[in-house]
Design a protein around this ligand. Structure first.
Ligand SMILES: Nc1nc2c(ncn2[C@@H]2O[C@H](COP(=O)(O)OP(=O)(O)OP(=O)(O)O)[C@@H](O)[C@H]2O)c(=O)[nH]1
Ligand SMILES: [Mg+2]
Length: 218
């Protein structure tokens, strides 16, 4: 037994989190258990940085200026759970390889892309996908393809704009409303867009709260 079992409440993000597993292919996924929240998006959009910012643990998920840093499905959970029997964490965050990265060897890119797509459409415990969009670029073709897939598979997703510190506040507001317009008719899209900056710690509480709601199935 753990001393204080954390439930799905804000304090969960204040605990120390740990990396438990890197999954290079579907057959290495952990058994389906705790609710999972995944972070998807183009290469270099800031997925790993957002996870570190949400958990206030810089360096937990590995980040890099070079696209293609994250190459497996990386599982992070709050510490203090053995994972044995009933002693499971209440939530797992899953950092994903990016898509749309053309410079890596083709067979590697194909492998990551297949893994990302297979996971997104076939994981029962996946409660929501955070789909990250670079505030400098907005929704691009590959992002719309992923939204099509999630809509078709009826997997809930929420769009998060990243690197909001790189554009001016009025441009952030404009992009937010343009993005909302673009997703309005998409059946699996959560009808709110959050602008974030991992660098400046902006928009994080909003994302944390939404994750807890999604994980609780509310
Ligand atoms: N200015 C600014 N830079 C950011 C922000 N978030 C991430 N970055 C930078 O963007 C680069 C990519 O960040 P990562 O978090 O590694 O991106 P990723 O989406 O995990 O990338 P892959 O794993 O390669 O797909 C790094 O140099 C980060 O420092 C942000 O909010 N603001
Ligand atoms: Mg990454």
């Amino acid at each position: 037994m753990t001393e204080s079992v954390p439930t799905l409440e804000p304090g969960l993000f204040k605990r120390p989190w740990v990396f438990i597993r890197g999954v290079p292919a579907m057959k290495f996924l952990p058994p389906e258990g705790p609710p999972e929240i995944a972070f998807a998006g183009r290469s270099n959009v800031g997925k790993s940085s957002l996870i570190n910012a949400l958990l206030e643990q810089g360096g937990l998920a590995r980040t890099s200026n070079t696209p293609g840093r994250t190459q497996e499905l990386n599982y992070f959970v709050p510490g203090g759970f053995s994972g044995e029997g009933e002693d499971l964490p209440p939530l797992a965050l899953v950092d994903m390889p990016g898509y749309g990265f053309a410079q890596a060897p083709k067979d590697e890119v194909d492998r990551w892309t297949k893994l990302v797509f297979d996971y997104l459409k076939g994981r029962v415990t996946l409660k929501r996908v955070y789909l990250l969009i670079d505030a400098r670029h907005g929704i691009m073709k590959r992002d719309a393809d992923v939204m099509d897939l999630l809509d078709k598979a009826a997997v809930s997703y929420q769009v998060v704009l990243t690197k909001a510190d790189k554009i001016k506040p009025p441009a952030v507001l404009r992009l937010k409303s343009e993005t909302l317009d673009k997703i309005r008719k998409r059946p699996a899209a959560f009808p709110e867009v959050v602008a974030t900056s991992s660098e400046k710690s902006e928009g994080l509480d909003e994302v944390r709260a939404a994750i807890l709601f999604a994980a609780a199935g509310r």
